[in-house]
Ligand binder design. Sequence first.
Ligand code: BGC
Length: 733
Amino acid sequence: MRRSLLILIAVTLLGCPDTASPDGGLDAASDAGSDAPRTYVPEPFEPTPETIAYCQGHDDAAIEARITELLAQLTPREKTELLAGDSLGGGTYVVDGVERLGIPGLHMLDGPRGLSTVSGLRGTAFPVAMMRGATWDPELEERVGHAMAIELRSAGADVLLAPTMNILRHPRWGRAQETYSEDTDHMGELALAFVRGVQAEGVMASAKHFAANSIEDNRHDVDVRISERTLREVYLPHFQRVVVEGHVASVMSAYNQVNGLYCDEQPLLLTSILRDEWGFAGFVESDWVFGTHGGVTSLRAGLDIEMPLSVQFRGLLPALNRGELEEREVDDAVRHVLRAAMCFGLDALPPRGHDGRIDDPSQRETAEHLALAREVATRGIVLLRNVPVAATPLIPLDAAALMTPGAVVLLGRNAEAESIGDAGSSAVEPTDVVSAREGLEARLGASVVTIGGDVLDLAAQAAVTAASVVVIVTGLSTDDEGEGDFAGGDREEITLRATEIALIRAAVGLNPRVVVVLEGGATITSSEWDHEVPALLFAFYPGSHGGHAIADILLGDHPPTGRLPFSVPVAESDLPPFDNTSPMVEYGYLHGYRHLAAGPTPAHYAFGFGLSTTTFAIAAPTGLAATYGEGDTLEVEVEVTNSGARAGTETVQLYVSALDSAVERAPLDLRAFDQVTLSPGATGTATLRVPLRDLAYWDAASGAWILEAIEYEVGIGTSAADLVHTALFRIES
Ligand code: BGC
């Protein structure tokens, strides 16, 4: 069923909003006095450094003055209507403007990997965000954000409902693929780059889902119990970066509760932290359909827009009329909405009614965007294992030696799949998807023989035995994982299906030259079987041209450069528990590599890990001081030399450990990373910077960040489990 239809049914099922709403009681149609002459004088607003920065070059003082004028002219009904969606129009989710005053509406569309299917239009399926996280390349991600914004704008959207930037706390989360990482620093870098790319095109980005949203099956109700310290240190810093450094236009509140309050009713999240501490100047919209739980309570907590329809917010007008809500409180939210619209220049565009459609197909699936999708997929594939067979590592395959029919046998449930990811709100419908089979055939033609099914019959066994190489493309699909309500939901396990493991084993029993390519949103454990295969790659959901990217890596047209944005444990039992059924779930301080490093069993493949087909020598860092002051930035340079015979890219990672801290700390935290791409024999420099205030911990008792004057260890390496150099420094008070 189409997603838009599902949403309308859900909204209908919500019942009569005015009686359902705790703020209802009066008929919403009674806008008493709204046609009477207005004598209302709104509060003026002095621009702040944050509103000026938010306005990105537009004249904020003029905009704020204009908004004040409009607040005097708008009726209470018009104001409350500006605070809610009005369903779909022209292929976007619409918040209607006010035509008589020249106020433009907002047009929203997902999402994290391209133009949403809600538009009814086709667009480029970029690799899922987790794969973009695996590139560890913010500049590349900025280009993706920019390209995606162009495609969405061509379909009439001015708000792009992304980035999804919830921490991957556990790989069973159904929407893991939509986010970038299990780590806040890595997530912050990538999401910030995406926001910059989107907003450089004049399209508004929306950071979602705020906050602590990383369970799917009970996402509408689950109460995430979390200490304020964990919330602030682990689940929020990346949101802070996109607000403070990226001036993100909007933030979407999450469905779930945090410590007993729904996110849309959370003054701590939406007002104290987001507005008062971070200076957020844009608007907060609710998540869709079941994401607004109060009328007045949500508005007062800091929610500005209910999406996609007015259900709870229909109670605002009656509450105003009853005197239970002040018009000035409504004005605050309206100002956030109008500031966004004007700072992004929507008032300068030709007026467009509710159903006005914009459609410029020449801006979508362009050669440039498809090439970018392929480039990103190629950059994001992670080579996890590549041991020699007859003295030579299998990857890269020698294409020249594979030119006879049947030289490559292709197996596995994803061999012919259109691996573009989830069928939920992030769904994209490209005109064409290059599967792994098509990608390999494009390079090797009739050499490739594809055999379906997970059991090898006699003919298949003969083909596998005779092949020069067997490629098994397997992993997950939308049946296994995806957005709750619409697609697979949370994963039931993090292993590969038993039938696929059996297929791998059957193939290896017949031919030692087996390459396994795993596809999926996040961690698929492989410790049980991967020592039996010489080569293993992780290819996520690689998007429109994913099959070409897989061929690029397998055949050595591009060196493997991807690095894991998550940990792959030996077994799920090495991770904190995942509970998607209890009404209340505890989020602890440690997860991912921070949890594994504190436990007895190291990761099977560590966060940050990925093999190259060359080797790198990493020199000791230079520039590290013995002591720093509180406001300093640690900056080191690391020389990297490509000591092998092929080109490659190394991702140098910097981790910090607080020694002898007065409080519990993670064994190590990623604090910076940089990449160098080098031809054989070349040397380059990675530059790593850590503002030392990032090392502070949150002290709940005093409600403040505390930067301890203690000794710290800095580790430079190629993954969370491979620190090549370590050194000590001290912060002095
Ligand atoms: C999702 C959001 C999405 C929204 C609109 C919700 O179900 O949680 O991420 O932006 O729908 O499609």
